[in-house]
Design a protein around this ligand. Structure first.
Ligand code: PLP
Length: 380
């Protein structure tokens, strides 16, 4: 089956005793053991739950991954991946990453004896960045909020030559647009809160891999930390995933129209592949679309607060990937865990706005931005 079909039919109705067309929600925390010393499929819901198993199986099929784990949040997924590291290990990351991932590095790495380095341009990562302590490369592509694109294949080859594993946070693209494992990465992480769920009504994460040692270790980590996705949220996530392809198609279409409009107003837009010909070529070789997050610096002639306040169809809110469009101000909202100095250094200015484009009518979206720009310029 192609991915559009897998999204809908990856979970067979024959997987449950009654042929229910959607998977049942198993809420039980514990299960009867047939007799002392006898094995059972399910014993205690932290270790395994039939509804969670279904979403894990579905995510595994989408990503073509043998090992798949659903977590309570994207951060639970990311932190479980960092649990694979040992005292003295170092991680290289791109310099604009999800704010929560940065907070983990900034607040928890030191006490765990771990080190990290933010690399300015991952596409120019070279031998010099590696020493014996570098054990993991963590890539977010496109990055948040500047939408910089990293070449997953090249980095994976380089990392493997130096005995490091590559983890890719694929939240912005999803398996519908980009499959990091097929490009050579070892681990994929998700905030399933975003596009996979698609409706801004649950918090979830996932980690996938085809590496047996890593897969088995992650199972132990998930069961030990207990940062599992609940049965109810597992069900909701399955429901959301079914419409991923149609949502994403519309969101990308709307995104292209907004980009054209903003550019026509002499506003320079960050989107996956916008930064250079090189990044555009990487994006089109490793993904089948640009996704639906863009960012831009509002030029000085516009009043930033007025612009945001006057938008009717873009509520000011963090997060992305839902059916509704949203706007956010990274410097004060998603990336407040970065110091002002670091933000300035990597280009997250106080005038930067990030837009997550929804599935609404594109003419309505463009008209809304147009009127808000006029108001922000004092023209109406
Ligand atoms: C939201 C997000 C996360 C964190 O996910 P939560 O579900 O909020 O814990 C991680 N990475 C990226 C790229 C995100 O957008």
């Amino acid at each position: 089956m192609k991915i559009e079909s897998l999204l809908v039919q990856g979970i067979s109705a024959h997987n449950n005793p009654y042929g229910a067309i959607v998977p049942p929600i198993f809420l039980a925390s514990t299960y009867i053991q047939p007799a002392i010393g006898e094995e059972q499929d399910f014993a205690y819901s932290r270790g395994g739950n039939p509804t969670r198993n279904q979403v894990e199986d579905l995510l595994g099929q989408l990503e073509e991954a043998q090992y798949s784990y659903a977590f309570a949040s994207g951060m639970a997924a990311t932190s479980s991946v960092f649990q694979l590291l040992k005292h003295g290990d170092k991680v290289l990351l791109n310099n604009n990453i999800y704010g929560g991932t940065f907070r983990y590095l900034d607040q928890l790495f030191e006490s765990r004896g771990l080190e990290y380095q933010l690399v300015e341009d991952f596409n120019h990562l070279s031998e010099e960045h590696f020493d014996l302590t570098v054990k993991m490369i963590f890539i977010e592509t496109p990055s948040n909020p500047l939408l910089e694109v990293t070449d997953i294949k090249r980095i994976s080859e380089l990392a493997h030559q130096h005995g490091a594993v590559v983890a890719v946070d694929n939240t912005f693209m999803t398996a519908y647009l980009q499959k990091p494992l097929a490009l050579g990465a070892d681990i994929v992480t998700y905030s399933a809160t975003k596009y996979l769920s698609g409706h801004a009504d649950l918090i979830a994460g996932a980690v996938l891999t085809n590496d047996q040692a890593i897969g088995e270790r992650l199972k132990v980590i998930q069961n030990t930390l207990g940062n599992i996705l609940s049965p109810f949220d597992s069900y909701s996530l399955i429901r959301g995933i079914k419409t991923l392809a149609v949502r994403m198609d519309r969101q990308i279409e709307n995104t292209h129209k907004l980009i054209v409009f903003l550019q026509s107003q002499a506003i320079s837009v960050n989107f996956a592949g916008a930064h250079s010909k090189e990044e555009a070529a990487i994006q089109s070789s490793q993904a089948t679309g640009i996704g639906a997050v863009i960012s831009f610096e509002l030029p000085e002639e516009y009043d930033l607060s007025v612009f945001v306040q006057q938008l009717k169809m873009f509520p000011l809110a963090v997060s992305l990937g839902g059916v509704e469009s949203l706007i956010c101000h990274p410097a004060s909202m998603t990336h407040e865990s970065y110091s002002q100095d670091l933000r300035e250094k990597i280009g997250i200015s106080d005038r930067l706005l990030r837009v997550a484009v929804g599935i609404e009518n594109s003419e309505d979206l463009v008209a809304d931005v147009a009127q808000a720009l006029k108001q922000a310029k004092g023209e109406i």
